[in-house]
Design a protein around this ligand. Structure first.
Ligand code: NAD
Length: 481
């Protein structure tokens, strides 16, 4: 019997109204293991209706009781952390230990962080001399649409849904059709926790059917989206003429800048991680590594040696560094980028190929971690997002040259800077055109900080107060004294 991934609408789990199903694959095994509700506009309409009905009650519940409800769900996810991690690893192909240590703990943290943040959130007041007092009243924007991607499935789903719910919005959410299993499990925990029906609705299915219906729905005034830049542009084109609030977290082509004065061992360890964590399928991964020329030969030798030692293997094994990439189509896309890099004159220092494992994993979608050199900053390989276990390395001579290369793409999500020079840290951090700059670290997250990208990496910011602001409508009340 296949595991079914169902819609969660009005507090109940059920199939799509049209009775259609999608096949869900386990990337590590390359075979179907779930049937996913293949929903359409009718299901979205039902979800919006449920969310609209639940909205006044959820808003009126007040922040303390909304906090309590979210905390109960978080506790149940924590109780079942191992089950969630196993499901996430099987659905996505990521190493189980990563799901145990990062994905699921972070999903729990998202729920708890925003449940608590809302208790401590303040609003502004402005005294207009002796004439008037103004205060800012922030109320939930209404029914929020939340659309999330496959790379960090439950982690990014809860990153949107938790602030929306905390502020008093009700939600119609759509996870990626490639990795929906843990959101189905979350819905089961919501039911067990007695979460009020209709407050959170999850509609399973594809982007063109469910995602588009959410974006177009006139009763959804705000859309929070994380995914590819092309999809973000489509969503913006639909939502902008309807004057919806939009938060778009999109693609990246992040640069890692390595200066010769850095702590070499720490930099090396973290750069392997920032390149290949989650098979390179994290929007924050550094895919263009720029190294000061005097350090380049040492870096090149040590980095390639470390990358060759990474173990591509069974996502369930503790010793596995690199699991499967998310789908056969994505594997082929990443491999086509490697072919392009070769055409452009790049040299493969390691990897470049699909990896075939044995036994039950023989049909899985595995790829060797890949390092390419010999390409300049302007080529397609260094301009287009690959979103897989592929990085390029390039030497640079001056700070200006490194900055120009780092900033020289249409993206601007994250940058990583390795240097011991404090003045350089500040100087460069101010000039790097990305929403996030990590100095001597990577993926060190504080959920209170603004999170998001510049240029084609997105519009708006998530995290902390930014997220609470997005899901509320500020209204100024001016009272004459
Ligand atoms: P995607 O754009 O293909 O899909 C993302 C979500 O949008 C999925 O749920 C999908 O079903 C839905 N969707 C697809 N077409 C749609 C449409 N026409 N209307 C509405 N929804 C639609 O992206 P993906 O392949 O799932 O994810 C990978 C991308 O996400 C990469 O580009 C990566 O950089 C980006 N990403 C960005 C961040 C960030 O925070 N900036 C985080 C993670 C991933």
């Amino acid at each position: 019997m296949m595991q079914q991934v169902l819609n969660y609408i009005g507090g109940k789990l059920g199939p799509a109204a049209g009775g259609q199903w999608l096949e869900g694959h386990a990337p590590g095994e390359g075979r179907v293991f779930t049937h996913i509700a293949d929903s359409d506009r009718q299901d979205v309409d039902r979800a919006v209706e449920a969310a609209t009905q639940a909205l006044p009650g959820w808003m009126a519940l007040g922040r303390k009781r909304r906090h309590d409800a979210l905390m109960r769900v978080a506790d149940l996810v924590e109780r079942d952390l191992a089950l969630f991690a196993a499901a996430e690893s099987r659905d996505n192909g990521k190493p189980l230990h990563l799901a145990m240590e990062v994905d699921v703990p972070r999903a729990i943290a998202n729920l708890r962080f925003f449940a608590t943040a809302i208790l401590h959130w303040e609003s502004e007041a402005h005294l207009t001399d002796d004439e008037a007092v103004n205060y800012t009243d922030r109320q939930a924007v209404g029914v929020a649409g939340c659309i999330s991607p496959w790379n960090l499935p439950l982690y990014l789903f809860t990153w949107k849904v938790a602030p929306a719910l905390a502020t008093g919005c009700t939600v119609v959410a759509k996870p990626s059709e490639l990795t929906p299993l843990t959101t189905h499990m979350l819905a089961e925990r919501c039911i067990e926790a007695g979460f009020p029906p209709g407050v959170l609705n999850i509609v399973q299915g594809t982007g063109p059917k469910v995602g588009a219906a959410i974006t177009e729905h006139p009763a959804i005034p705000a859309i929070s989206f994380t995914g590819g830049t092309a999809t973000g542009a489509r969503i913006a084109a639909t939502a902008a003429p309807m004057f919806k609030k939009l938060s778009l977290e999109l693609g990246g082509k992040n640069a890692v800048l390595v200066f010769a004065d850095c702590d070499f061992e720490e930099m090396l360890k973290e750069t392997v991680r920032s390149s290949f964590s989650n098979q390179g399928q994290i929007c924050l991964c550094g895919s263009r590594i720029l190294v000061e020329r005097s350090l380049y030969p040492r870096f090149r030798a040590a980095f390639v040696e470390r990358v060759k030692a990474l173990r591509v293997g069974d996502p369930g094994e503790q010793s596995t560094d690199i699991g499967a990439v998310v789908s056969e189509a994505h594997l082929n896309k990443v491999l086509s980028h490697v072919a392009l890099a070769k055409e452009e004159g790049g040299t493969l220092l390691c990897g470049g190929d699909q990896v075939r494992l044995g036994g039950p994993l023989a049909q899985g979608w595995y790829m060797a971690p890949t390092v390419i050199e010999g390409l300049g900053p302007g080529c397609r390989t260094n301009q287009e997002e690959i979103f897989g276990p592929v990085v390029t390395i390039q030497p640079f001579d001056t700070e200006e040259e490194a900055l120009q290369a780092a900033n020289g793409t249409r993206y601007g999500l994250a940058s990583v800077l390795w240097t011991a020079d404090g003045r350089r840290m500040h100087r460069m951090a101010r000039q790097l055109k990305s929403g996030i700059v990590w100095v001597n670290c990577w993926m060190l997250r504080d959920l209170r900080t603004p999170f998001g990208g510049m240029k084609h990496s997105g519009v708006g910011r998530e995290g902390g107060r930014e997220a609470l602001r997005f899901f509320t409508e500020p209204r100024n009340v001016c009272i004459k004294l």
